[in-house]
Structures are given as C-alpha cells and as structure tokens.
Design a protein around this ligand. Structure first.
Ligand code: ADP
Ligand code: ASP
Ligand code: MG
Length: 417
C-alpha cells in the first residue's frame, strides 16, 4: 500500500464528464489499496473569468478581496469531485484551504505556504478509508484568518505541499500532456517526452517559462524530497495497468538520471519587456542610481547589458523587466531621470526570452557559443544574453520565437526521431 497525492489541473476538470473521469482515476488507485489525497484546480477558464470580474469591477482592487473571489473556482471543483467519488462508491470529503488549514504568508495573490497539518487527512485514511479532495491554489493567512491564493498555477504547489505534509510516497501531477517535454509540445511538434528530469533543471525550465509546473512547487519538492510524477489525465482510467509503469516524467535528484545529456530542454517566455537607457554618464554609482529605484518599486530586473553609446563617450544600458511591470518601470525611471542623467529611454514589449537548460552544461564548454552561431545563421538578432551554471538565455524579437526554439531544439539533438 502506498500513500498518493493526485493533482488534476484545469483542463482535467473542465466539465462534469471530465470530473467523472477524474473520479474513475481516483477509484482505480483506491481499489489498488492506496491512501489518496486529491488536489483539484478550478475548471479551465474559471480562474481567468474571476480575475477578469475583479478587474472590471475596479482596476485597482483590494488584494484580500481578489483572493476571496478567485479562490472560489477550486471550491466548486473540490465539492463536485467529492460528489462524483461518492456516486461511484468511494468515500470522499472535500476540504477548503481554510479547513485543513493550509497556513500561508500575507502576500495576497502570491502567498507562500508556511505550514500544513496533515494529521486529520491521515486519520481519516486510517479510520474511514476516506479520500481527501483538497481545493488547490488557496490557503489561509495565519494571523488575519483571511483567504489567500498562491499565484497562478498554484495548485501544483498545493499538491506538493500536501504530499510533504502527509508524507506521500508520490505526488502525481495529472495534466493535459503526458509529461515534461524537451520544450512546449504545443509549439514544437518534434519535442520529446523526458522520462526523468532533475529538480534543478525543472526549476529552471519553470522559472524560464515552461508553465507545466509552478516554480514554487518544484522548490518545495526539492526541499522536502517529494517524488513528483507528471502524467496525463486523458488516458482512460480503465486502460491503465495498475502494475505497469505509465507514460510520464519523474522529477527527481540528478543522481537518479543515468544518461545525462548536455542540454535537457528549452524554455521561452513572452512575459518580458526590454528597456534601454541611452547615453548615460559612464561613472561609478550609475548602476545603483538606475537599479536602486527599480528595486524599491519591487520590480525584478533580469538580463543586463551595458555597451558604449553611439557617441563613444557615454554608455547605453539595456535590461529586461517582467512585461507586467513595464509601464511602472518606465515611470520609475522617468521620475529618477535627473538623478541618473540620460538622454533617452526606449522600450519594447515584442521580445521573447529563449533559454537553454541542462545540468550537463556544468562540464561542457562552448554550449552557448554554438547557439549564437546557429541563431546568427538564421538572421536572428540577439538583444541581450545571460548565463549561469546550468542555463543561458537570449532575448530576441518575439516574431522569431518559434524559429529560434526549433533551431536550438534541433541543434542540441532534442528532436524526436
Ligand atoms: P494544468 O491546467 O493541468 O495545470 P497547465 O496548462 O498549467 O496545465 O500546464 C500544462 C501545459 O504546459 C501544457 O499544455 C503545455 O502546453 C505547457 N508546457 C510548456 N512547456 C512544457 C514542457 N516543456 N513540457 C510539457 N508541457 C509544457
Ligand atoms: N486555478 C488556478 C489558476 O488557474 C490555480 C491552478 O490551476 O493551478 O491559476
Ligand atoms: Mg498549471
């Protein structure tokens, strides 16, 4: 007997038929003798709808009320799945974040989980063979007692956190693809499913744009050593051999991966904006004058490039910020213009950050250089570059996103045969 967490995302619970399908997946595991906690997302599109309601009511709304509203989607699916399970003879009970409780920080809209007491769930496994159906994405601020949410895609984090709290043997993430691919399979049909991916690589893939898992869920999995298995909810429950190994991707420690490639995957993100500050005096303290105010405004700066201005005497600084913070960043820099002293500020939002990831890069030189050549051969201009131990990223015109991703995917031998 194992203890399992099964998480189902929005498309997996998109309508009543899909919820009934999920119930059969859960029954399969219960019948095999396992103790099961299920984490559900809202029905596909539901959270977007609720976010939009908030925006339409008032653009500048109270974050505490935003959370009260957007947490509602998961309340519905948790109740519906409990009913669907009961209807097929499985003992089940729904749990909202505040009922468990999932205690979080006070950052409404992107709260961090700080503690979960899994004792009651485990007690009910033992005493009643009861399945816990937990509403993902939501928690409770430990001091104010108000409902919080964990940021978009946060049900993944709920699932991993519950798995850690109840010491589950595995956390299965059921989604609309059958695993983690070398890149988004919806953009590159030649993408290949990975049997295994190291936590560190998955963390980079997720941070750099692969939305298959929320970043914080991987951080938690790494810290609490949760075995995360990404698989499809679209397989018919009846077709799954309870003793076989289903298709999917195990997120695990690097040591568990025998055949390590230099490059594991490619991620891309269109949620970036570029800012260039032209003709800045090249003197000590300038970087602090620019990035200090941005940091105070809580704006994350990512890629930074400094080069000589066209006049040869001053310097140009180019960097990226999240697209959502673009206007605020420009305003902040305009206010600080006198202090910084620059001639012009240019910006662009039609840019994409393409990133190449692999733990094998630690021991191989020249991996990035190969990409720069291949992109140049396709006429793709690189606006900025960043590198770190196990990845590098390039900023390019958004129009070339697919071409760049496909080019690099082939270049590193990732295409499926
Ligand atoms: P869920 O609703 O189940 O949480 P998401 O939409 O959040 O599902 O995540 C699944 C999607 O992530 C897939 O449909 C796929 O388009 C996208 N995706 C992006 N990069 C990858 C990747 N490298 N591997 C698999 N899926 C990816
Ligand atoms: N329903 C939430 C969202 O759409 C959480 C999730 O699906 O993981 O972001
Ligand atoms: Mg998701």
């Amino acid at each position: 007997m194992s203890r399992l967490v099964m998480k189902f995302g929005g498309t997996s619970v998109a309508d009543i038929d899909r919820i009934k399908n999920v119930a059969r997946h859960v029954k399969r595991e219960v019948d095999a003798g396992h103790e099961v906690a299920v984490i559900v997302s809202a029905m596909a599109g539901e959270t977007n709808k609720l976010v939009e309601y908030c925006r339409q009511t008032s653009v500048l709304h109270d974050a505490r009320e935003y959370d009260a509203i957007v947490a509602a989607g998961e309340q519905v699916t948790s109740g519906l799945l409990a009913i669907a399970l009961q209807a097929i003879g499985v003992n089940a009970r729904s749990w909202q974040g505040w009922q468990i409780p999932v205690l979080t920080s006070n950052q409404h809209g992107s709260a961090r989980i700080e503690g979960i007491d899994g004792a009651e769930i485990v007690k009910r496994f033992k005493e009643r063979r009861e399945v816990a159906v937990v509403a993902g994405f939501q928690g409770l601020h430990k001091e104010t007692g108000r409902i919080t949410t964990l940021g978009r895609g946060g049900s993944d984090t709920s699932a991993v956190a519950v798995a850690a709290a109840i010491r589950a043997d595995r956390c299965d993430i059921y989604t609309d693809v059958d695993g983690v691919y070398t890149t988004d399979p919806r953009v590159v049909p030649k993408a290949r499913r990975l049997d295994r991916i190291a936590f560190e690589e998955m963390l980079e893939m997720a941070s750099l744009g692969a939305k298959v898992m929320q970043v914080r869920s991987i951080e938690l999995g790494m810290v609490h050593r949760v075995r995360i298995f990404v698989r499809s909810s679209f397989d018919k429950p009846e077709d799954i051999d309870p003793h076989g190994v289903p298709p999917g991707t195990l997120i695990c420690d690097e040591e568990e991966i025998l055949e390590q490639q230099t490059v594991t995957g490619i991620a891309f993100s269109k949620d970036e904006a570029q800012i260039s500050i032209r003709r800045v005096q090249d003197k000590p303290g300038i970087a602090a004058a620019i990035f200090g105010p941005l940091a105070e405004a809580n704006i994350n700066v990512d890629m930074i490039v400094q080069n000589v201005s066209a006049d040869g005497a001053t310097t140009d600084l180019t960097f990226t910020v999240p697209a959502a913070d673009f206007e605020r960043a420009k305003d902040t820099l305009s206010v600080a213009k006198a202090q910084i002293g620059y001639a012009r500020l240019d910006g662009a939002t039609d840019v994409t950050k393409v990133s190449v990831i692999g733990v094998g890069m630690r021991s191989h030189a020249g991996v990035a250089a190969k990409a720069f050549r291949a992109l140049a051969d396709r006429g793709i201009n690189i606006r900025a570059i960043t590198t770190s131990e196990i990845k590098f990223s390039v900023l390019i015109d958004a129009a070339y996103t697919e071409l760049a991703v496909r080019t690099l995917h082939s270049l590193y031998g990732l295409d499926k045969s």
